[in-house]
Design a protein around this ligand. Structure first.
Ligand code: C5P
Length: 227
């Protein structure tokens, strides 16, 4: 089993001077927190960190510090201009014998290890893609380009999806071979290639740190329950 942690984004919306993965959340970088969560799962994994090309040295330092005595194998590779290219770079270095691959956003830094384990178990038992999702709490409107409301969308069947997203390796690799570069998550990409994808219960802690407000939320969560 392998976990690809994509951490090569610039994080423009966070407004930080550093690429997002290297921004601090209460004394540890976003990447280190994501990595520690992945290293805390019960079974050993090949963990691939996909980092910005110009930050490989810093990523390697973070990986070495987080790894400690962990039994998982860790590799750092450079990412691409899009998330999809970054995932492809991670897929390219997976070792022999890996049958299940999880793709995880480093920006979902506080994801509990139990959620990672639930995704792995789901892929293992179903052979499908498995992704975490949460019910949509807000009312959703479809609007035109002027902002005029066209309709209220029924939110009952909607879920807001998170990562890690898990897949049988062969299906994910095949889907990446044929994918065009315009999918916003891996589940959409494999579904377009014909693989069934199932949603399991997500976790509010797996929220993506995108804006300064998200960062403040992550900091107060860590302060309330320091790891
Ligand atoms: O930008 P956004 O927050 O949606 O990115 C989701 C995840 O994908 C982040 O963890 C980010 O580091 C990663 N990413 C990447 N390579 C890119 C763009 C985003 O690894 N070119």
């Amino acid at each position: 089993m392998a976990i690809i942690i994509v951490a090569a984004g610039s994080g423009t919306r966070l407004g930080a001077t550093e690429p997002k993965a290297f921004v601090d959340v209460a004394g540890r970088t976003i990447l280190e927190r994501a990595l520690r969560s992945a290293l805390s799962i019960a079974e050993p994994a090949q963990i691939v960190v996909v980092a910005p090309a110009e930050r490989l040295e810093q990523a390697n330092t973070i990986v070495a510090r987080a790894a400690g005595a962990a039994s998982s194998s860790l590799t750092v590779v450079s990412g691409g201009d899009t998330r999809q290219q970054s995932v492809a770079a991670g897929l390219a270095v997976l070792g022999d014998g890996i049958e299940i691959v999880l793709v995880h956003d480093s920006a979902r830094s506080l994801t509990p290890p139990t959620l990672i384990e639930a995704v792995i178990a789901g892929v293992r038992s179903s052979g499908n893609g498995v992704i975490p999702g949460l019910p949509v709490a807000d009312t959703i409107k479809q609007v035109d380009w002027m902002g005029s409301v066209e309709r209220t969308v029924d939110r009952a069947p909607l879920v807001a999806v998170q990562t890690p997203q898990g897949f049988p390796r062969a299906a994910l690799v095949d889907a990446y071979k044929t994918a065009s570069d315009d999918f916003t998550d891996d589940a959409a990409l494999v579904a377009a290639a014909g693989l069934a994808v199932t949603v399991i219960d997500g976790d509010p802690l797996a929220f993506k740190i995108t804006t300064p407000w998200d960062l403040a939320r992550a900091e107060s969560l860590v302060a309330a329950s320091p790891a």
